[in-house]
Structure formats: C-alpha cells, structure tokens
Design a protein around this ligand. Structure first.
Ligand code: GLY
Length: 391
C-alpha cells in the first residue's frame, strides 16, 4: 500500500502521541514535532516547488515567494529538518522536490542572501544525503556570493537597492556559514578569508557599547570608512531591532564554531547577555519586534527573533564550559513558542507552524504574521535541543 505524505504523517502523529504518553516530561516537545510535521506535510501538498509559502497577508491570503525571494530557501529547509526529526520518507521526497526547484539561484549575484537561499535548502540536502548534485550547486552559489565582496571595505555588499553607497546589514552574518562551509569543502581559503574579514569589520562597526547592533552600516568603497549607521527595519536608528540582535548572536556563535576565534565567542556571549538581561523582555521570552518600540507592552512580538535566538543559544551552550544558563534560557523560549500562544493548531494558521512574527514593521509589511524563517529556525532549535538532551 502506498501511503500519502499526509496519511503517513497522521500515522506518525498517532505514534508520536503514544510516545508522548510514555514521556510526559517532554510532552511539549513531542506535540511541537507532531504539529510541525502535520503542518509541513499539508503545506507541501498544497503548494508547488518554486512557489514557496512565505507569510500571510492581512486579508488571510498566503504570500508566496518566487525563486529569487530572500526567503525562498526556508520552506525546503524546513522540510529537510522535518525529515530529520521524523524520518518520514515522504517528507524527504517533498524536500528534494522543493529544493531542486531552486537550482538557478546559484548564478544570482544581486543579493547577499544566497546563504539563506541556498545553504538552508541545498546545504541541508547535502548534509543529509551527501549527494554531489547538491554540493556542486552550493559551490557555484558561493562563487556568486563572493562576487559581492569589496576588498577596500572588507565586507560583502548586502543590498543593491536604496541610496547607501555600500550597505552592509547585520543579517549578513548569517550568510557567512555558507562561505565557511565552502572553504572547508573545497579547501579554498578565499571563502573563509572573506567570511572572517566580514565578521571582523562587522564586529568593529555594527555594535554599540551595550552590544546591541545597528541594522545597516554603509561604507565608503574607496577608503573603507563608515559613512552612516541606521536601523532600517527597526523603530529608529538608535533602537535595537529584535531580529537584528538575533542574527548577531547566531552569526558570531556560528563563526566561533568554525574558527575558534575567542573574539567571536566573546561577542556571542556579550549579545547573549544583552538579550537574557533585557528589561523589556516579556515574561514569556518572546521579544517585542524592537526592544525600544514606543508602544510596549502593546507592540507586536517577533517569534522569528525568538526562534533564531533559541537556536543560537543552544549552539552557544555547547561551545562554552558553563553553557547551562544558555540552554535553560533557550529551553524556556522553546517551551513558550510551543505553547498555544505561538504554536499553531494542526490544520490552522495556513499550515505555518508558528504564529506572531514581524517582517518589516516600518514598511507595514508582514506585521504579526506567520513567517517561513520563524518556522525554519524553530525546527533547527528543536533539533539542537533533541541532540543535547539525548547526549
Ligand atoms: N534579512 C531580512 C530580515 O531579517 O528581515
């Protein structure tokens, strides 16, 4: 008998519920995995490769993303994580289908987001299958990414739109993982030299004395000096946009994993300290979309920032001698995201997993919506959590 993805998912859901009865202390975790699997199975049936779900418009319609959208890699990446979490072979087939539709991205040179787009999709595909076709696309894509590097600045250019001379955004730290992987895989130091230069220059220029970060720093392409510092997606230039802080802690934790440079570890720990001691952090550990939003406590929350932070803190907990505090905090975030306040009921929420994220509030874009990267980093955090507690 051939089982459909959905039926197989339902069978596994029943098995999961049975399992959760055996381990009541981790009931929230099993419930989260079962919900995620059910949502992704239905989404993968409903949509078609190269038209991935991104978020939900205020009128309730799903915003789809085409191949060149910066978020296009997250849905296939979530399918790979769901496959890894559940072993469901039908989920693997969907992950393959949605990943292979993104192949042409490898030639795209108009964004720094190739790491998000390719490493989350093809990177997970290669990690889990070791098939050369994925590796070849990744390496070609990394060549495209480093074409955006300027030696005078020492960074990769983030955006091609706007009036900035050479904008570099803190989010760009995330794309360095792709370059570090490529350096290790090809033994070509060019990629890691660019990644470490970018991380060093960002460390010098993006951060304030309290280790919060600006969003955008623009550089002079001849002198390499900074021209202006802004927070384009936050409340104001001097405010702390929640997801920016999350990209920062994730980026420096990841760079420490690859390089063992203590300066990166120190930076990650400093950002962790900022987040974990934040006065404006609500009791449920899910930050307001900007730490300085003027309408706190009524400002929208950003579940995506919480998910990215949880994943980063779990990695950080493994890289430091006294990582228990990071683990405990991340566990609290994950429990909160897995509560009915943030985790969808199976079959609802347009088949996204989490509710309540913010994309770009100043543009009135994606405010208080499900969003594909919140789901992706939530699943990654659940995987990291499982791997730690199973040690
Ligand atoms: N990288 C864009 C964002 O975080 O919204």
């Amino acid at each position: 008998m051939k089982l459909s993805l959905f039926n197989l998912g339902k069978l596994m859901l029943i098995a999961g519920l049975f399992f959760s009865c055996q381990k009541p202390e981790n009931n929230w975790y099993e419930h989260a995995i079962n919900t995620a699997e059910s949502q992704l199975a239905q989404a993968a049936e409903m949509y078609t490769p190269a038209n991935n779900p991104r978020s939900v418009y205020p009128d309730g319609k799903v915003r789809l993303c085409h191949v060149r959208d910066w978020t296009t890699g997250f849905f296939p990446g979530s399918l790979w994580y769901a496959y890894e979490l559940t072993g469901n072979p039908a989920m693997k087939q969907k992950a393959i289908d949605y990943t292979l539709a993104l192949d042409s991205i490898k030639y795209f040179t108009h964004t720094h987001d190739l790491g998000f787009m390719l490493y989350c999709s093809y990177g997970n595909a290669y990690r889990l299958t070791k098939e050369d076709t994925y590796k070849n696309t990744l390496i070609r894509g990394a060549q495209s990414l480093i074409s955006r590097y300027n030696e005078n600045v020492g960074c990769i250019r983030s955006w091609d739109f706007g009036d900035w001379q050479y904008p570099v955004i803190v989010d760009n730290m995330m794309n360095l993982e792709f370059l570090m992987w490529t350096a290790n895989t090809t033994s070509d130091k060019t990629y890691s030299d660019i990644a470490t230069s970018h991380a060093d220059i960002t460390m010098a220029n993006h951060f304030r004395d309290d280790y919060s970060s600006y969003h955008v720093v623009s550089y002079d392409t001849i002198t390499g000096k900074t021209i202006e510092k802004q927070t384009h997606q936050g409340y104001s230039d001097e405010s702390s946009w929640a997801r920016g802080q999350a990209w920062g802690i994730y980026g420096y934790t990841m760079m420490y994993r690859f390089t063992k440079n203590p300066a990166y570890l120190q930076m990650a720990q400093n950002i962790a300290s900022l987040i974990m001691n934040l006065e404006s952090m609500p009791e449920d550990y899910i930050p307001y979309w900007d730490y300085n939003a003027p309408d706190i406590p009524n400002a929208p929350r950003d579940a995506s920032a919480a998910a990215v932070t949880a994943s980063a803190l779990l990695e950080l907990s493994e890289l430091t001698k006294d990582g228990q505090a990071y683990f405990n905090y991340a566990e609290n975030v994950l429990k909160s995201l897995s509560s009915p306040a943030y985790l969808a009921e199976a079959g609802e929420n347009n088949f996204f997993i989490l509710k309540h994220s913010v994309g770009a509030l100043p543009n009135n874009s994606e405010v208080d919506t499900p969003i594909n990267y919140a789901d992706y980093y939530y699943l990654e955090a659940l995987l990291r959590y499982k791997s730690i507690i199973n040690k």
